[in-house]
Design a protein. Structure first.
Length: 302
């Protein structure tokens, strides 16, 4: 399941919850340089730990949600998808074939609500990524306008560091920097217009772009609970950390006496009990069904 062999593909890389492959050319047996296979696993992470056991169907739910968002965003930005069906049977539903692009060396983040690293910056000096914000904002406050808050792509296991807009311009040039900023903000705005009607707030999101003929192409996954903070709209109350739409049961259980785990001890967290796995699975499916208006159906396994 992690970076496992897939016949006809070469494993390239595994992140915490996803795996990347290159299709092999059947004629030569060598890896193709123009396409990739992105495979989402059912693994889940919280508090920077990979947890056990996996959440059944999580990879498929997030893959199908991302594909749905690519369609919702198609008038704003082209995307890297080649096929969601021409994939090996054992990863059907949770894998996508994509065009292999030159990726921007920047994590493109936009924030519509203030929390996490953005809140820390605001509390230090009233700015987020160089943008002056009004006084009196608190954890969970909606921002007057979404703000582009880019960060570095840190190596696995390290944390992304905030980048100034000038650093993005220096890294990719002023034209691509402006396109990345404007598209990232437009994607989050469109996401929130759609999600708001379905009772979900998207506090912030991280997107990745590739470059093709001087234009940006939306890559990776988009507007999923793994790349974004989803909050239940009916529980939104600025002034304290908001409950997470998908991981609330996991975090609540891990920090409760029932888990007997100290998140600051450095020790690995204990395995999640069945009821936490089942409720978390239900939340991922609920997010998919509320956003898309479609019933989630797991692909038949082979
Ligand atoms: C690419 N990642 C992150 C994703 C992983 C790691 N279209 C593309 N072209 C070239 N490179 C990438 C993409 C995309 N998307 C994405 N790293 C490289 C990533 C999924 C699983 F292990």
């Amino acid at each position: 399941m992690t970076g496992a062999e897939l016949a006809g593909y070469q494993h390239l890389y595994s992140g915490k919850v996803r795996d990347l492959y290159a299709p092999l050319d059947p004629a030569t047996g060598s890896p193709r340089d123009d396409e990739l296979l992105l495979v989402a696993s059912d693994r889940i992470s919280a508090f920077d730990f990979a947890l056990e056991p996996a959440i059944p169907d999580k990879g498929a739910v997030l893959t199908q949600l991302s594909l749905w968002w690519f369609d919702q965003l198609a008038d704003l930005v082209p995307n890297h998808v080649v096929s969601a069906t021409d994939v090996p049977a054992e990863v059907a539903g949770r894998a996508v074939r994509v065009r292999r692009l030159t990726m921007l060396p920047v994590e493109c983040v936009a924030r519509a609500y203030l929390t996490g690293g953005g809140l820390r910056e605001y509390r230090a000096d009233g700015h987020v990524s160089g943008v002056r914000l009004p006084e009196g904002l608190t954890d969970g406050s909606q921002l007057p306008e979404p703000v582009f808050t880019p960060s570095t792509k840190a190596p696995q296991g390290e944390h992304d560091e905030p980048m100034s807009y000038a650093e993005v311009e220096a890294a990719v040039g002023p034209d691509l920097a402006a396109m990345a900023r404007d598209l990232t903000v437009a994607i989050l705005k469109r996401g929130n217009e759609i999600a708001a009607e379905r009772g979900i707030l998207i506090a912030d999101t991280k997107v990745e772009f590739g470059v093709e003929d001087g234009r940006l192409v939306l890559a990776d996954e988009v507007l999923t609970p793994d790349s974004s903070r989803f909050w239940p709209a009916d529980e939104w109350e600025p002034g304290h950390p908001q409950p997470s739409f998908d991981k609330e049961y996991v975090r609540e259980w891990l920090t409760s006496p029932a888990s007997a785990w100290d998140k600051d001890s450095g020790a690995a967290p204990p395995p999640l009990p069945d009821h936490v796995v089942e409720r978390t699975r239900a939340k991922y499916i609920e997010a998919y069904e509320r956003l898309t208006g479609q019933t989630f159906r797991a692909a038949a396994d082979h």
